[in-house]
Design a protein around this ligand. Structure first.
Ligand code: HEM
Length: 442
């Protein structure tokens, strides 16, 4: 039993808040299954659009609100698709979730590993224990997780400027073109310029992500997936061997690796990095759409990186890339006087909580200024990058790249609202899908 249980142990006779059958089915139908159907590792745009049009976000919000009301904000035990799930709905419990060491509330939850092990079996996020710590150290160093500005910032910004130049040649910013630019930026900053044109590598990565969406359910595909992973990994290794020192993979390889972890795989961390840099395209697309409907904010953010960064954080609060954070307990834990066995999955519905009017003011509106407040980045009521030991080590780099791309696209230009753009003063939709954005001279 760990230290964190003892004080509440005496109260372990409190009754657990356990969802009934109807609530369990409702949670699966309105929250969990749509999340899987929309695709996590590889978004499925058509399904995302369909769920958006049907108002799925509203269904999930209503379900979580009713659970919170019914059980007085207590953690709710729900039968999930692969076992017991404890859903946290109260800011105090969520703050504790982030404060717990990852050794107790581990990142490698069953469903997450089932999904991600197809595309990054040696990724830090799929790891545990001392090996995880060693891989996290490699990530922290490569990504300069503890620094506001990455040491290779100058090289990365030059890459962004080059890759964004073709995007401004037309008077409409197409999402597919933006996405391709981020894919090239990712390959160049992770592996070096030699990988810039390697679209075949990206096709392999995307196929693995699409397969990951099935969470290992398509067993017959496993041998083919393993072969594909081996091919992609060999290609990454080839680039890694000659990568310039400023690249992420070269920085990862520069971390001294002791003999105790022959399976450390520094270059293998690149699978997650490339996935994450690709995701920046969606964040940029949503942020630019918000700036199109908020012209004053657009003018304030143009040329002001701190303001632009706040716009990216705000669009991540409204439409998080990771809407649910899931961990698995490695020891008995006590929540509100109730003891839960080791192996309990704990879920924080970040997407719901950080848009919840009960805890976040003007929760349904685009208010980037909230991120300029001191320590807003450490406020556990908003967690687009998570917090604590499992916080995203690429948060600074992700925001640096997103800010730089927006700056390049708005240099001497402005985005204007496309048809059907959300109204700036009404509650924003639960889903915001990328759309062609009119670009004109400023
Ligand atoms: C907009 C951009 C990004 C967002 C919103 C984001 C969000 C997140 C979140 C929420 C987590 C925690 C997931 C969990 O608890 O299961 C995470 C983990 C992680 N992210 Fe990011 N991320 C972003 C960009 C990046 C970038 C650019 C990189 C690297 C190039 C990166 C590398 C990682 C890694 C390696 C982990 C796993 C950390 C661990 O297991 O300790 N992320 N990210």
């Amino acid at each position: 039993m760990t230290e964190l249980t003892s004080p509440a142990r005496t109260a372990s006779f409190a009754r657990p808040a356990r969802a009934g059958r109807a609530e369990t089915v409702r949670f699966a139908l309105t929250h969990t299954l749509p999340a899987f159907a929309r695709g996590i590792a590889a978004p499925r745009p058509r399904l995302a659009a369909a769920f958006g049009a049907l108002g799925q976000y509203g269904w999930s919000t209503a379900t979580l609100r009713s659970l919170r009301a019914r059980y007085g904000g207590a953690p709710v035990r729900i039968r999930g698709l692969s076992g017991e799930l404890l859903v946290l709905l109260d800011p105090a419990d969520v703050a504790r979730f982030f404060a717990e060491p990852v050794a107790h509330l581990a990142m490698d939850a069953v469903d997450k590993v089932r999904m991600l092990e197809v595309l990054e079996p040696t990724g830090v996020i799929c790891s545990h224990g001392a090996l995880r710590e060693a891989r996290r150290e490699v990530n922290d160093h490569a990504l300069a997780a503890d620094r506001p500005v990455h040491p290779s910032c100058a090289e990365f910004l030059a890459v962004v400027a080059e890759e964004c130049a073709p995007l401004t040649a037309s008077d409409v910013l197409e999402y597919a073109a933006l996405r391709r630019a981020l894919e090239r930026i990712g390959r160049r900053i992770v592996l070096g310029d030699r990988a810039a044109h390697d679209e075949e590598l990206h096709r392999g990565l995307v196929r693995l992500r699409e397969e990951a969406n099935w969470m290992g359910m398509r067993k017959s595909r496993n041998p083919a997936n393993e072969r594909l992973y081996a091919q992609v990994a060999a290609r990454l290794e080839k680039y890694a061997a000659e990568a310039p020192p400023h690249t992420l993979v070269a920085r990862a390889l520069s971390v001294p690796a002791g003999p105790e972890f022959p399976e450390l795989d520094p270059a293998g961390q690149a699978h997650h990095w490339l996935l994450a840099v690709d995701a920046v395209a969606l964040v940029v697309a949503r942020t630019l759409l918000m700036l199109a409907v908020h012209p004053a904010e657009q003018d304030a953010a143009r040329g002001d990186d701190t303001r632009m960064r706040a716009c990216l954080q705000e669009s991540l609060r409204l439409w998080p890339v990771v809407p649910d954070l899931v961990r698995v307990t490695r020891a008995e834990t006590v929540w509100r006087g109730v003891a839960y066995p080791a192996g309990t999955h704990v879920l924080v519905p970040v997407g719901f909580l950080q848009r919840d009017p009960q805890t976040v003011p003007a929760a349904e509106l685009f208010v980037p200024g909230r991120w300029l407040a001191r320590d807003a980045d450490r406020d556990t009521r908003m967690a687009p990058f998570g917090h604590g030991g499992g916080r995203c080590p690429g948060d600074q780099l992700g925001l640096l790249l997103g800010t730089a791309v927006c700056r390049e696209l708005l240099r001497g230009r402005r985005v204007s609202p496309p048809a059907g753009a959300p109204h700036p003063c009404r509650p924003l939709p639960g889903a915001l899908l990328p759309t062609p954005l009119p670009l004109c001279a400023h």
